[in-house]
Design a protein around this ligand. Structure first.
Ligand SMILES: [Cu+2]
Length: 142
């Protein structure tokens, strides 16, 4: 009987998650699934760290150091419309290796990692050779 009850609760939770996802897809551009990930993280009380790509087209971010507490962390990178080049945001380190979407100038790329443990991570732009050309920074999780 216990298993049946747990199944019922799980099903109810899945239904509500699906409903939220449908609303997001209907409201969003539908070109990626990361917006729903971000919203789920925000709903779960995750941290949202914001940064921006260089507005003049340099292969840099406006921040090279970020810090967060352990847990769910979302990096939200704005690609200014004046950058004139595609960018994205990705996070790597301590077994984490997750890329956000590549976005055109004027777009926003996000990457969400749940259960982030204390330590040093590297965030970078996964587009073309931007990482190798120095479009990186470090995230310290405490
Ligand atoms: Cu880039």
């Amino acid at each position: 009987m216990k298993a049946l009850m747990r199944g019922g609760v799980l099903r109810a939770a899945l239904v509500s998650v699906s409903a939220v996802t449908v609303v997001i897809v209907a409201a969003g551009c539908g070109s990626s699934n990361s917006s729903s990930t971000t919203t789920a993280a925000a709903a779960a009380g995750g941290q949202n760290l914001k940064l921006s790509a260089d507005p003049n087209g340099q292969l840099t971010f406006d921040k090279t150091q970020l810090s967060a507490k352990a847990g769910t962390v979302t990096l939200t990178m704005a690609n200014p419309s004046s950058s004139g080049i595609e960018h994205g945001i990705a996070l790597e380190g301590n077994g984490v290796d997750q890329d956000g979407q590549i976005v055109q100038p004027g777009g926003t790329s996000t990457v969400t990692v749940s259960g982030l443990k204390p330590g040093k991570y590297e965030f970078y732009c996964p587009f073309d050779s931007h990482k190798q050309e120095g479009m990186t920074g470090s995230l310290t999780v405490k």
